[in-house]
Design a protein around this ligand. Structure first.
Ligand code: NI
Length: 432
């Protein structure tokens, strides 16, 4: 299918390293899901569909590099709680009641919200892999899924069974053009050192990327220090989990030594500023990590701790909090924030064909309507994306050249049905 997006203001990389942008009006030619050409009409190109770009802005889709999509069922039902009370006292008992079908509907709700606010790919960690994969398959969004793994030496069968679930899903969905998998040792406090070593060896054997949580709360650091006499980062480094194929969510409480280890190993840190603020876990040392050369991506975390999956809100928060926390107006500039929310996420997924609009890249694109008071005047749209866009401006979304939302109409998901099903689940598990 050929798509022409005609004369639209477009967020383009200024130079080869793609860390600076220019916004200029151009026409984008898309062929079979790939950006074929910018401005120069390819020979014999005949558009099956033309999108008029007047008054609109085209940019790469945002990449939510850390979330738990199905937790959208648990939105607004565990708020203003201490981290441990939130997780162990409220969230986990509710999760025990969820079935695979519940997680399917929860994922659909999450995907609706992500599409509506301009996310075209997400990296997920949860359970019921098949149900999640089905929701991703049907919706047209792109995702990297990972079965959250927990395990310890006292009862090896627990860890083994979860690994088996991960392998089964990987086998079943092998070759899907929009679904990939990682191995996900959940966190240092839910996977002991022996299980971490097992997962690291399996990831190496199968050449899979690793998705984990590190140093989300101070309590985690204290407990790991007590049990192992080192920091969570040092522990994961010893067990072989930190490589250039590892992505680590949160990383709020890092020492300078931890930062050096993550940089040396080439780990990608996925920062989750809103979730860290809401659960009162603190503010990650993002500027220090940038200085150390750590690869960064951005994620919302789940809707139970955010409580949205809106990457524009996340981008705005990212660009604001580090300025305030560091008394430095240059901390995480608008451009840096956009790079982290797009190219950073692509790198976290292990993809070099996403996150930048250029010929040869996959057409995961979003169109924002500039006919909104907060987008006017259009005198600096790069700043606007970080500081004044709120996500409601997104009106058209495509993944691999397939339209998932056009003029705010969802094309692949029946939103009314999703709201109805999720509402029924909430009634059953007792959250409404
Ligand atoms: Ni998380």
């Amino acid at each position: 299918m050929n798509i022409l997006i005609k004369e639209i203001l477009t967020l383009l990389p200024k130079a080869d390293d793609c860390t600076d942008f220019e916004v200029k009006s151009c026409s984008i030619y898309i062929k079979d899901g790939i950006i074929e050409s910018i401005d120069a009409e390819p020979d014999g190109f005949k558009a099956d569909k033309t999108i008029e770009g007047s008054g609109k802005l085209l940019m790469p889709g945002l990449i939510n590099a850390h979330t738990h999509a199905s937790m959208s069922i648990l939105r607004n039902c565990a708020d203003d709680l201490l981290f441990n009370d939130w997780l162990f006292g409220r969230i986990m008992p509710l999760e025990d009641k969820l079935t695979g079908k519940d997680c399917y509907w929860g994922a659909k709700l999450a995907i609706l919200e992500m599409i509506r606010t301009g996310t075209t790919s997400f990296i997920d960690m949860y359970y019921f892999m098949d149900d999640l994969a089905e929701a991703v398959d049907e919706s047209g969004i792109r995702a990297v899924l990972s079965r959250g793994l927990i395990g310890n030496a006292d009862d090896p069968s627990v860890g083994e069974s979860k690994l088996k679930e991960a392998f089964d899903a990987i086998e079943k969905w092998k070759g899907h053009d929009r679904i990939n998998f990682m191995l996900a040792p959940h966190a240092p406090y839910t996977c002991d050192d022996s299980y971490q070593r097992t997962v690291a060896a399996e990831a190496k054997r199968l050449n899979l990327r690793i998705n984990t949580h590190i140093s989300e709360s101070l309590a985690e650091n204290e407990n790991i220090q007590k049990s192992y006499g080192c920091s969570p980062v040092e522990l994961l480094d010893k067990t072989g989990l930190l490589t250039d194929k590892t992505i680590a969510a949160h990383c709020v409480h890092l020492s300078d030594c931890d930062i050096k280890i993550l940089a040396d190993r080439g780990v990608c840190v996925v920062t989750n500023p809103v979730s860290n603020l809401k659960l009162a876990n603190g503010i990650a040392h993002v500027p220090k990590m940038q200085k150390a050369g750590i690869k960064l991506a951005l994620g919302t975390d789940g809707a139970a701790s955010n409580n949205t999956l809106n990457m524009f809100r996340e981008l705005s928060t990212l660009s604001l909090i580090h300025k305030g926390a560091n008394h430095d107006c240059l901390a995480v500039t608008a451009k840096e924030g956009i790079v982290i929310a797009t190219q950073g996420g692509a790198a976290a997924m292990g993809r070099d064909d996403l996150g930048v609009i250029k010929p040869g890249n996959t057409a995961d694109l979003i169109i924002l309507n500039l006919d909104n008071p907060n987008m006017q005047p259009c005198n600096n749209l790069v700043s606007s994306l970080a500081y004044s866009t709120n996500g409601s401006e997104v009106e058209t979304v495509m993944v691999g050249g397939r339209l998932l939302m056009e003029n705010k109409e969802f094309l692949t998901i029946d939103s009314e049905r999703v709201y109805h099903e999720v509402s029924k689940i909430c009634e059953r598990i007792g959250t409404r």
